[in-house]
Design a protein around this ligand. Structure first.
Ligand SMILES: NC(=O)c1ccc[n+]([C@@H]2O[C@H](COP(=O)([O-])OP(=O)(O)OC[C@H]3O[C@@H](n4cnc5c(N)ncnc54)[C@H](O)[C@@H]3O)[C@@H](O)[C@H]2O)c1
Length: 316
């Protein structure tokens, strides 16, 4: 057991030889297990849901196959349903359980007592690392590694420094991710949604506002987004774009358009109504758009093909 204030003795930040634990074998967790195992780590993955666990090996095989990686790695991954079976030798544990703050808080508190040598990472999409660490005896042992889905295709990982996270652990995680061939960025302040999801959900808020105000329908919002800014974003980020068109023009545009933009601080009515009516999107056959049978699979296949083409080039 570490004494309060004592630092972990972490191994070299190299996946080879690392003992990795993944908690949660769902969409993200199984893919993270595949990534670490195919890079030479000894991986144990834990999920409390027997059905999820039963399908994990097959899903890991499929992910490795889809990513063009050696499927043998899947056979080296140990699958467990009991958290106690994550061995005390674990050096690096990523939690990828459901996005539920009390669940993550309890889990981390339990794990820190059980695993004295491990650095912990949360894969939360939007929750603050400091909040997840709130019940830990040593909150300095938690940082965020926000992988994007699908993590084997999207190289960027946001490494989030919580208010208590030790800076040397952040540096270690960044080095590890680079060795894994990823492109980590350091999120220096623990803000909900970090960088990518703050940008993404600012856009989604505006998309819902356009529908609510009757400016256009849902399909038109997406058509315009895909065929205007969507065409440019891969090569021209918003700041570079502002510089490119000129900051004087950007200022003039903002003076005119900001008063019209949504400042909603709560989820919008169009979204709340759809959820209340069980219109949950692709998984229920209807959301703000309608989803015919097979449409969800088609979108997933299109997305994966597009991402694979885009990420063959170095990040810009
Ligand atoms: N889905 C995405 O696109 C995406 C992208 C980036 C980050 N994330 C984040 O990653 C995390 C996981 O997301 P997901 O999409 O993989 O979810 P998911 O629902 O596919 O998987 C979560 C898994 O956690 C398991 N679980 C719940 N409580 C557990 C416990 N106490 N012990 C062990 N296992 C437990 C569940 O059985 C489930 O299999 C979330 O925090 C999510 O916000 C998701």
């Amino acid at each position: 057991m570490l004494t309060v204030g004592e630092a972990l003795k972490l191994p070299e930040p190299n996946p080879r030889g690392l003992r990795v634990g993944i908690v949660g074998a769902g969409l993200m967790g199984h893919a993270l297990a595949a990534i670490f195992a195919s890079s030479g780590s000894t991986v144990t993955i834990c999920d409390s849901d027997e059905r999820t666990l039963a399908s994990a090996n097959e899903r890991i095989h499929a992910t490795l196959r889809g990513a063009g990686l050696d499927q043998k790695a899947a056979n080296s991954i140990q699958l467990v349903s009991d958290l106690n079976d994550l061995g005390p030798e674990c050096n690096f544990v990523t939690e990828a359980v459901s996005e539920n703050l009390p669940l993550k808080q309890d889990l981390l508190h339990r794990l820190e007592r059980q695993l004295p040598k491990a650095l912990f990472a949360t894969n939360t999409s939007v929750l603050c690392v400091g909040k997840i660490a709130a019940q830990m005896d040593a909150p300095d042992r938690l940082l965020g590694t926000h992988w994007w889905n699908p993590p084997y295709l999207i190289p960027l990982v946001e490494v989030v420094q919580g208010p208590a996270t030790r800076p040397e652990y952040v540096r270690w995680a960044i080095s590890l991710l680079k060795t894994l061939g990823k492109s980590p960025v350091h999120v220096k302040k623990d803000t909900p949604g970090f960088i990518g999801n703050r940008l993404q959900h600012a856009l989604w808020r505006e998309a819902f506002a356009l529908i609510e105000e009757g400016v256009c329908d849902a399909a038109t919002v997406d058509f315009v987004a895909r065929n205007t800014l969507g065409l440019k974003l891969g090569v021209l980020g918003p700041i570079e774009n502002a510089d490119y068109v000129g900051l004087d023009l950007t200022l003039a545009i903002h003076e005119h358009v900001f008063p019209a933009l949504s400042v909603a601080t709560q989820p919008q009515t169009v979204l709340r109504r759809a959820v209340a009516a069980s219109k949950l999107g692709a998984k229920s056959g209807e959301g703000l758009l309608s989803w015919a049978p097979g449409a969800r699979e088609k979108v997933a296949a299109n997305l994966n093909e597009h991402l694979a083409n885009q990420t063959r080039k170095p990040l810009q």
